[in-house]
Design a protein around this ligand. Sequence first.
Ligand SMILES: Nc1ncnc2c1ncn2[C@@H]1O[C@H](COP(=O)(O)OP(=O)(O)O)[C@@H](O)[C@H]1O
Ligand SMILES: [Mg+2]
Length: 255
Amino acid sequence: MSITVDDVSYAAGNTLIVNGVSLTVEKGKVLGLLGPNGSGKSSLLRLICRLRKVRGGIVRLGDTDISAMARSELARRVAFVEQQATTETQLTVLDVVSLGRTPHRGVLSQWGAGDDATVHEALARVGMASRASQLWQTLSGGERQRVHVARALAQSPSELLLDEPTNHLDIQHQLEILGLISRLGTTCIIALHDLNLAAMFCDHLAVLQRGEIVATGTPQEVLTESLIGSVFGVRAHVETSPIHGRCNIQYILGG
Ligand SMILES: Nc1ncnc2c1ncn2[C@@H]1O[C@H](COP(=O)(O)OP(=O)(O)O)[C@@H](O)[C@H]1O
Ligand SMILES: [Mg+2]
């Protein structure tokens, strides 16, 4: 389903953290959410899955205002991979990914072969099938991140939100995870720091600065030298990659 954010604001105390944000992600498209540290990316993602309540404005999934949805329905539809998700208890990788099925099971319904298949497929897709019985706490940071993506996939969401899912990942796994996400056909919003990866894998980009959207559009439209200068404070040279046809950013030192 599509995601529509309409004039959404959020404040902590008197500080406005998300300020009148509007954006749309069409069904099946991937939106990259960019912006410097503290610009409001994580806060906005939490508002979109109702982990935080908006101060003003409306978030819609398809035509439905999320504030009118039952918590259980929202949990079946939207998966969220948090920036610093931790899993404290003595769970195996398989246990953690199986948690993704929880919203789909009624109080009395048994774990089924379908659930098993979904969980194993999710593990295979992130390259962690051989680690199913390993304790989650013994994984490296990057492996934990991949397991959290697998849990989100096991949830079979219609909307998927990911907060810096490539943190801690080596370059091969960054490319694999973003490639996988972009091929899912699920409506996605991904907060990312790497502008080149955002250009390669996202259909559209939205840039946040101090809680406000300052640019939206295709990667080509958004990632201009002037925007990179004004929002990120970095000089850059932007060209079209002869390899993948998306924009390719080179940073200029000493600017
Ligand atoms: N509960 C809160 N109380 C006070 N300030 C907060 C709270 N939550 C977030 N902030 C502030 O809001 C800003 C945006 O944070 P965040 O959404 O995490 O940004 P990003 O994910 O883009 O780095 C930051 O300056 C952060 O310190
Ligand atoms: Mg963040």
